[in-house]
Design a protein around this ligand. Structure first.
Ligand code: 5AD
Ligand code: SF4
Length: 451
C-alpha cells in the first residue's frame, strides 16, 4: 500500500558512482510511491549513502548517525537507513553502535531498498542485506527521467567493481569484482537521456579503461566511445576513472578522432616513487607513467590531465615524497586530488604499520596542494586570449549576474550573458567564449558566438 506523503531524503557521501546510485535510487523510490525531501529534517525516511574509501568519510557518517538517536527513539515511524559501501563493509558494527538504524543495505541490493523501507515502517526490526545482487542484475535500474542532479549533464554507469587490488584500496571489497554493462544497454540509456535534454554524458567505472572484460562479443572502451559518440543530441562524452596501465593507444586514438569525446583524462598516479608504487601494487613505474602521459599528449592534442595522489603511504620517505612532488610539477595537471593515507581494514596495506606521522602527512598534503596551485595558475594564465568551446551550466554560483560553464578540458569559465537574453535560456548550450582573464580558480571570458 502506498503512502504518497512519505518523504525520503538521501544524504550522499563519496564518489560519483555513489551520487549516481543515489539518483537511481530516487527513481526507484518515486516508483514505489515515495517523494523526495531536500533536507533530512523534512523527511520521514533518511538514507545515508556512504563511502569507505578513507576513514575520514566513514567518521563523518558515524557522527551524523549518532545525532539521530533522539529522533529515532521519539518518532516510532521514522526510518533511518545506511546503504552503500559502509553498510557493505561493517553492517554488524553499525547495528551494534546504532541499534536504532532500521535498514542496512550494501552496494548490491539497491533495488530492494524501497521494499525494506516499507517493511521497516511496519515495524519489522532492523533489516540487513549485504548479500548478492538484486534479481536482474545491478544495472537494471530504469532511470527515472527527472531524478538527475543536473538537467543537461548526466553520469552513466558502464561498469562496476574493480579487480586491481591496489594495496591501499577498499573498493574491490565493498564493490566486488569488475563487471561491465553491455554496450547496447549503455547506448539505450544515453539515447533516453539525450531525448530528455542531456547534452553531456560521463561514463563511469572504477577502472573504466578495462571496460568490456567478460562481455561477448568482445568490446572495449574505444568501441563504446564510438557508439556513444554516435548518439544524436549528445554533444560531449567523458569517462572516468582511468588506470595508467590500461591506457591503450586505441582509447587515445578514439579520444582524438571522435569529435564529442572531450580531451580530458583522470588518470591517477598516486605516487612518483617506484618503491612506493611497487608497494602500492600499482603495476607501473614513474617512468612508465611519464611515457603514458607523453604518448597521450602526442595522440590527443590539447589533452588535460587530472590525477590523484596519496601522501604518507606506509614507509613513504622524504625522498619518495620529493619524487611525487616532482612528478606533479612535471605533468602539470589541470587538477590534482590529494589524500592523506588512511589504513582500510582488510586491505594489504592495513597489515603494514601506518608509520608516517599525521603531522608529516599534513605537511606533504599541503606541499602538493601548493605546487598544484602554482602549476594551475600558470596554466590558466596561458589560456587568456584563446577562444574556447563552453558548455553552459547555468548562472554562476558566486554571482548570479554571470553565466558559468566548462571547457572541453573541464575548466570552469565565467562570462556575461548576451544583452537582452534570458541567461537561463543558454543553460545546456554550447557557446564560444574568448578568455579575457584568469584567477587561481576561474577563467573569465566574453561570449563570442553560439554553438
Ligand atoms: N587512503 C587514502 N586515500 C585513498 N584513496 C584510495 N584509498 C585510499 C586510502 N586508503 C584515494 C586514491 C584514489 C582515490 C579515489 O582515493 O587516490 O584514487
Ligand atoms: Fe565510491 Fe569507493 Fe567510496 Fe565506495 S568506497 S563510495 S566505491 S569511492
Amino acid at each position: 500500500m502506498n503512502r504518497p506523503s512519505d518523504k525520503v531524503c538521501i544524504v550522499t557521501f563519496g564518489c560519483q558512482m555513489n551520487k549516481l546510485d543515489s539518483d537511481l535510487l530516487r527513481g526507484e523510490l518515486a516508483r514505489a510511491g515515495f517523494s523526495c525531501a531536500e533536507r533530512p529534517e523534512e523527511a520521514d525516511v533518511v538514507l545515508y549513502n556512504t563511502c569507505s574509501v578513507r576513514d575520514h568519510a566513514e567518521h563523518r557518517v558515524l557522527s551524523h548517525l549518532g545525532a539521530y538517536r533522539r529522533r529515532a527513539e521519539s518518532e516510532p515511524d521514522f526510518v533511518l537507513g545506511v546503504i552503500g559501501c559502509m553498510a557493505q563493509r561493517m553492517a554488524d558494527q553499525l547495528l551494534a553502535r546504532f541499534p536504532f538504524v532500521d535498514v542496512v543495505c550494501g552496494t548490491r541490493a539497491f533495488l530492494r531498498v524501497p521494499a525494506y523501507i516499507r517493511r521497516a515502517q511496519q515495524g519489522g526490526g532492523p533489516i540487513v542485506d549485504v548479500g548478492e545482487e538484486s534479481p536482474g542484475g545491478r544495472f537494471e535500474f530504469d532511470r527515472a527521467a527527472r531524478m538527475r542532479q543536473e538537467d543537461h549533464s548526466a553520469y552513466v554507469s558502464v561498469m562496476r567493481g574493480c579487480d586491481n587490488f591496489c594495496a591501499y584500496c577498499i573498493v574491490p571489497f565493498v564493490r566486488g569484482r569488475e563487471s561491465s554493462r553491455p554496450p547496447q544497454e549503455v547506448v539505450r540509456e544515453v539515447r533516453r537521456l539525450a531525448d530528455d535534454g542531456v547534452r553531456e554524458v560521463t561514463l563511469l567505472g572504477q577502472n573504466v579503461n578495462s571496460y568490456g572484460g567478460g562481455l561477448e562479443p568482445p568490446v572495449g572502451l574505444a568501441d563504446l566511445l564510438e557508439r556513444v559518440n554516435g548518439v544524436d543530441g549528445i554533444e560531449r562524452v567523458r569517462f572516468v576513472t582511468s588506470h595508467p596501465r590500461d591506457m591503450t593507444d586505441g582509447i587515445l586514438r578514439a579520444m582524438a578522432g571522435l569529435e564529442k569525446v572531450c580531451e580530458h583524462l583522470h588518470v591517477p598516479a598516486q605516487s612518483g616513487s617506484d618503491v612506493v608504487l611497487g608497494r602500492m601494487r600499482r603495476d607501473y613505474t614513474a617512468a612508465q607513467y611519464r611515457d603514458m602521459v607523453a604518448r597521450a599528449r602526442e595522440l590527443v592534442p590539447g589533452l588535460m590531465l587530472a590525477g590523484d595522489f596519496i601522501v604518507g603511504f606506509p614507509g613513504e620517505t622524504e625522498r619518495d615524497f620529493r619524487l611525487t612532488l616532482r612528478l606533479l610539477r612535471e605533468v602539470r595537471y589541470q587538477q590534482s586530488f590529494i589524500f592523506k593515507y588512511s589504513p582500510r581494514p582488510g586491505t594489504a596495506a592495513a597489515r603494514w604499520e601506518d608509520d608516517v606521522p599525521d603531522r608529516i602527512k599534513r605537511e606533504r598534503n599541503q606541499a602538493l596542494l601548493v605546487a598544484q596551485e602554482e602549476v594551475d595558475t600558470e596554466r590558466r594564465a596561458g589560456m587568456v586570449g584563446r577562444r574556447v568551446e563552453v558548455l553552459v551550466d547555468g548562472l554562476s554560483k558566486a554571482d548570479e549576474r554571470h553565466l558559468s560553464g566548462r571547457t572541453r578540458g573541464n575548466d570552469i569559465v565565467v562570462f556575461d550573458p548576451p544583452q537582452g537574453a534570458r541567461p537561463e535560456n543558454l543553460t545546456g548550450r554550447l557557446v564560444t567564449v574568448e578568455l579575457t582573464d584568469s584567477t587561481p580558480l576561474t577563467l573569465f571570458g566574453r561570449l563570442s558566438g553560439r554553438g
